[in-house]
Design a protein around this ligand. Sequence first.
Ligand code: UGA
Ligand code: MN
Length: 462
Amino acid sequence: MLLPQAKDSKVNANLSNKMALGKSIKMYLTIFVATTCIYMVLYQYHMSRQPLATNEVVKHPEKSSSSSSSSSYIASYLWAPMLNNSSTSINLTMGQGLVQVHGPNATDSSSSSSASNLVSASGSSFYSTVSLPLTLSSASDANNKSISTTTTTSTTTTTTTTAATVANAALSTTTTAQKLKTTTQPGHAHNTIGKAMGAVHKIRSTFVAVSEPPPLYIITPTYRRPEQLAELTRLGYTLKHVPNLLWLVIEDANKTNPLVAHTLDRIGVPYEYLVAPMPEQYKLTKRAKPRGVSNRNRGLDYLRANATEGVLYFADDDNTYDVNIFEQMRYTKKVSMWPVGLVTKTGVSSPIIREGKLDGYYDGWIGGRKYPVDMAGFAVSVKFLHERPYAKMPFKPGYEEDGFLRSLAPLQNNEIELLADECREILTWHTQTKKNPAALPFNQTRYGNTNLAFIEKLLVRP
Ligand code: UGA
Ligand code: MN
């Protein structure tokens, strides 16, 4: 029989045992919770290092109207037409896309803005995956860094995209720029573009085309007026998004204007600046003038003398262009067409497509034209131009486009490629700028010793 004290102490011992057990359970629980928390924090951190959006590329669907599969590929990594109930479905979830990266593309306008510096991708493109170092993925580095490889096709590691890619969202489109080729001209190693669309859902490797896309020749007529530099600046920075392009800026004048040259230099798109005055007989007329015709014909002469392949496009200096159209027109085999907004009372000028075929034109003014299209609504292959040595634009107001396209005969309707999602999308607009009066003469006595003396010299006076 136990004494009461002994009984007491046994009860005490039991109690303290239980308390100790409770304490250690509490401790284990605390450790467990703390460890779980640490794991969760680490996991969160790990996840945050994963790109939210990798470079996904949307490949344009094969066009039913395109005849060959090789030409129907459109390297339109920025291209994402409006999704509607159209029969053309866009595969937004494709596993691997194609991103084009081009090599040296001269931005040094004075020394290298000639057709010969544009690389022509006549053969089939070679695609490989290319690693994007972390440093190259940041937007600020995009234009200056380069990956040096000695051949055009040697880099073949898998793309690793990181959280830095997300930083690119700061750009209007997600842009990872890199240089895949540095050639014997290191001085030109500053213009590199590999663009990728960032409408993206999960991590996947990205293919990169190492070869150059076919060159684009953009013929822009321009003329002296107060708005001239503003128009050229706006167009120039649009063109700056387009790789392997030569901008032929041709002024309706007898001599070049240093202010225009200065503006073109500042923009940094490869260019040629030429002059082609409108013939006197048209200048003096009271009736409508054939605007920009001598300029465009000068551009055609330039291409006949200097270009062998690629595509030409007449881009008036005052219009609006979505850069997607440039990637689409680049692969034109003969002639391509698409809608142009803000043309006539119909609000748009466009080929009419019925059952997948070109079936006439929609435009507020047909005027007996075979091709009632706007200047901004078609592109022509340079090879095709070479096959039509007499093709040119007539000095006939209102009939410039029609006359030029007719001069490309023979051209079958089914040879006209229909771009911009088979003419269901508007990517170019015939915008017109309000005319501004000429600036007042500068008051030298009053402002001669101020900054105004400098900016006064930047004004284009008619
Ligand atoms: C429209 C078309 O878009 C032009 O392609 C076409 O040449 C013109 O009509 C026409 O039928 O005459 P629109 O906007 O009315 O163009 O004309 P502008 O934009 O004033 O001129 C077209 C292009 O020619 C511009 O790039 C402009 O800079 C140039 N231009 C204009 C000259 O080179 N010289 C001029 O005297 C006027
Ligand atoms: Mn215009």
